[in-house]
Design a protein around this ligand. Structure first.
Ligand code: FE
Ligand code: FE
Ligand code: MG
Length: 170
């Protein structure tokens, strides 16, 4: 645990930050697996473009899990040790793919990103001016989640427009 590093945290309990970071940590692992499995089972039109995006996002979520775990350790906490705990700590849950169609998969993922944006935005609010280091980390992750939502929405809209055009022509 970083003593001087933690002594600069003011106006917030370190345990409270650790609890919130562990919730985000659970979210990141579940998001990672959701993207991983979606990229495997996805079916339908323009699925290659979707697979590329989902795979890239899986890599990002795993990187986020790393960043969050390292910060929990710096704060003197322990990242959740048992995957069973992901489900009791998560903010955003897990959206099991039920329909493997490209549009449904993208819609599930967009929901997940919107939840992640809210969760990291809360964490940023909570740590701003109090724990600068955590604030920087969660802000960086937040920017990635905003990009994720945008990428998925743009792809979703391209695909649904394309389907509409085809319908008009037949
Ligand atoms: Fe993430
Ligand atoms: Fe994301
Ligand atoms: Mg992307």
């Amino acid at each position: 645990m970083a003593r001087r590093g933690n002594s600069i945290i003011k106006g917030i309990e370190i345990n409270e930050i650790i609890t919130m970071l562990n919730k985000a940590y659970a979210d990141e692992w579940l998001a990672y697996y959701q993207y991983f499995i979606e990229a495997k089972v996805i079916k339908g039109i323009m699925k290659d473009a979707a697979i590329a995006e989902l795979t890239q996002h899986a890599t990002d979520e795993l990187r986020h899990a790393n960043m969050v775990a390292d910060r929990i350790l710096q704060l003197g906490g322990t990242p959740l040790l048992n995957p069973k705990d992901w489900f009791t700590h998560t903010n955003c849950g897990y959206e099991e793919p039920k329909d493997f169609d490209v549009v449904s998969i993208l819609e599930d993922s967009i929901k997940g990103e919107q939840c992640a944006i809210s969760a990291y935005s809360n964490l940023a609010e909570m740590t701003r001016d109090k724990d600068i280091v955590t604030y920087d980390i969660v802000s960086e992750i937040l920017a990635d989640e905003v990009e994720h939502e945008e990428d998925l929405q743009a792809l979703h809209d391209d695909i649904t427009d394309f389907i509409q055009d085809i319908k008009k022509k037949i």
